[in-house]
Design a protein around this ligand. Structure first.
Ligand SMILES: Cc1cc2nc3c(=O)[nH]c(=O)nc-3n(C[C@H](O)[C@H](O)[C@H](O)COP(=O)(O)OP(=O)(O)OC[C@H]3O[C@@H](n4cnc5c(N)ncnc54)[C@H](O)[C@@H]3O)c2cc1C
Length: 456
């Protein structure tokens, strides 16, 4: 049975591409909207069309998966309404509002699959506003899509699999890696081994990257605290200071990439008032990604950070949920595939909980020890002193109030990069668990928009 419903998928990463492929196989013609010029999402991001590098060079061990997904998506291009370079900047129960190459558009929908992915989770360091300081994702995107290293020597600080991966990718690309500073203690990795063993191949690949960096003589430090990024007379990054709790060290470098794992890109479910899962900071869904809001499904890192393989499975499962809800019958083979997908997805969740155990965000003391002059919102240049003063003067612990009083989260990134910081600062100062601190409320436009001339 073919539904006449208007089905829209937001995001053409692994989750969105698999959802589209599944729906096309069932005879449907979804619309796929993606902010990027080319499909692939983050991990399978395609370089500009005129770049001539092999899949192996760009995607390394993931080359076969990247090629499969790119080819499979290209094969359905004529059977979907694909809209690249288009951003959903607002949404209500029946309409998506698009910023597209044709200008602003309103797109009605009946069913919506959100596969919006993730962005870096960043925390501030004194001096990190200096040019030469990037997110891990930014450094990786420059390397992957433009074959560009952002500075030589370049250092890496944070915690999470991306820290090691991006450092290793730079090493492999011939950059001088000044050091890797992981804020999580080394013992965490061993404690998390039973969970990481759920995907032994992937765990070994990660350990292999750490080993390769160590073997190449890259200085590696665990379990300490970043103190400051230093700058030269022109204001450009010139060094990085680190404390291991007993003594501090200074390393000269020309670029620093930082990040503490990832955060879901969850503004659209917030705008659509999807309730939160109990005790968790993510939208509520059932085992297939079906939300309590009728016709709304979520999949991939935009729902839960579990990586690209899990995102592909989640995209397929969300499409199956949608097909079931529109009355499309599933063949026996499809039912078997769903059972296998559910088992694999559950195993991947165990692995990602191992990663969360290995690489937690910095401890409360890190935030309590931040100097008052630290910039906490880079877009609006708001320093910690202003946040503390607002919180104290106005007796407020809600980061939405702090936003209104100080302009944190009101700039170009719309709070994507300072919300985790503000939540951590308030949690540290009030001694509450981070899950008790409400996030920024999503506000449309969720991206900065160009105002057409005649509206000025
Ligand atoms: C910066 C970064 C680097 C990463 N590097 C690696 C890596 O090297 N190896 C690895 O294994 N994993 C990596 N990951 C994780 C991996 O990319 C994800 O696990 C995987 O891509 C998740 O797939 P997804 O489909 O859920 O989301 P994504 O692949 O992120 O795709 C989401 C897509 O949705 C689009 N989108 C989001 N919101 C909107 C909107 N409002 N309107 C229109 N389009 C929208 C985005 O532009 C994007 O194309 C990285 C993640 C990030 C954030």
């Amino acid at each position: 049975m073919v539904s006449g419903d208007k089905i829209v998928i937001v995001g053409a990463g692994p989750a969105g591409m698999e959802a589209a492929i599944t729906l096309v196989k069932a005879g449907l013609r979804p619309t796929v909207i993606d902010a990027n010029a080319r499909s692939g999402g983050q991990i399978y991001r395609r370089p500009p069309a005129d770049h001539r590098r092999s899949y192996k060079d760009i995607y390394g061990a993931d080359a076969a998966k990247a090629r499969y997904l790119h080819d499979a998506f290209d094969a359905i291009r004529k059977r979907i309404d694909y809209r690249p370079d288009t951003r959903v900047w607002a949404a209500d129960k029946a309409t998506l509002f698009l910023d597209s190459p044709e200008g602003p558009l309103a797109l009605p929908y009946d069913k919506l699959i959100l596969c919006t992915g993730a962005t870096d989770r960043l925390f501030p360091i004194l001096g990190w506003e200096a040019p030469g300081c990037y997110s891990l994702g930014g450094a990786q995107i420059a390397l992957k899509s433009q074959a560009l290293a952002l500075g030589d020597p370049i250092g890496f600080v944070g915690a999470g699999p991306l820290l090691w991966l991006v450092a290793w990718q730079h090493l492999k690309a011939g950059s001088e890696v000044a050091g890797v500073w992981c804020t999580a203690p080394l013992k965490n990795l061993f404690v998390a081994l039973p969970w990481l063993a759920a995907r032994p191949g992937l765990a070994l690949r990660g350990l292999g990257q750490i080993f390769a960096l160590w073997r190449a003589g890259v200085p590696i430090k665990y379990g300490g605290r970043p103190l400051a990024v230093t700058a030269d007379a022109e204001g450009h990054v010139s060094g990085f200071q680190w404390s291991n709790g007993v003594k501090s060290s200074q390393t000269p470098l020309r670029a620093l990439a930082l990040g503490w794992h990832l955060r879901s890109e969850a503004q659209l479910p917030h705008l659509l008032s999807v309730p939160k899962a109990q005790g968790q900071n993510r939208p509520m869904v059932d085992g297939l990604g079906r939300s309590p809001t009728r016709g709304l499904y979520l999949a991939g890192d935009g729902l839960e950070i579990m990586g690209a393989d899990a995102a592909r499975i989640a995209g397929r499962m969300a499409a199956v949920a949608l097909l079931r809800d529109t009355g499309c019958r599933q063949t026996f083979v499809n039912k078997l595939k769903l059972v296998s997908d559910r088992i694999k997805h559950a195993r991947m969740r165990v692995f990602s909980s191992g990663l969360a155990r290995s690489f937690p965000p910095p401890e409360a003391e890190t935030f309590l020890a931040l100097p008052e002059t630290t910039v906490v919102c880079r877009c609006e240049n708001v320093r910690l002193a202003a946040v503390r003063a607002a919180a104290e003067n106005w007796k407020c612990k809600d980061i939405n109030r702090i936003k209104a009083l100080t302009r944190t989260g009101m700039g170009r990134c719309q709070g994507r990069y300072c919300s985790a910081t503000l939540m951590a600062i308030v949690a540290a100062e009030t001694d509450l668990p981070i899950s008790d601190i409400p996030e920024y409320r999503a506000q449309a436009p969720i991206y900065p928009l160009e105002i057409p001339n005649k509206q000025r």
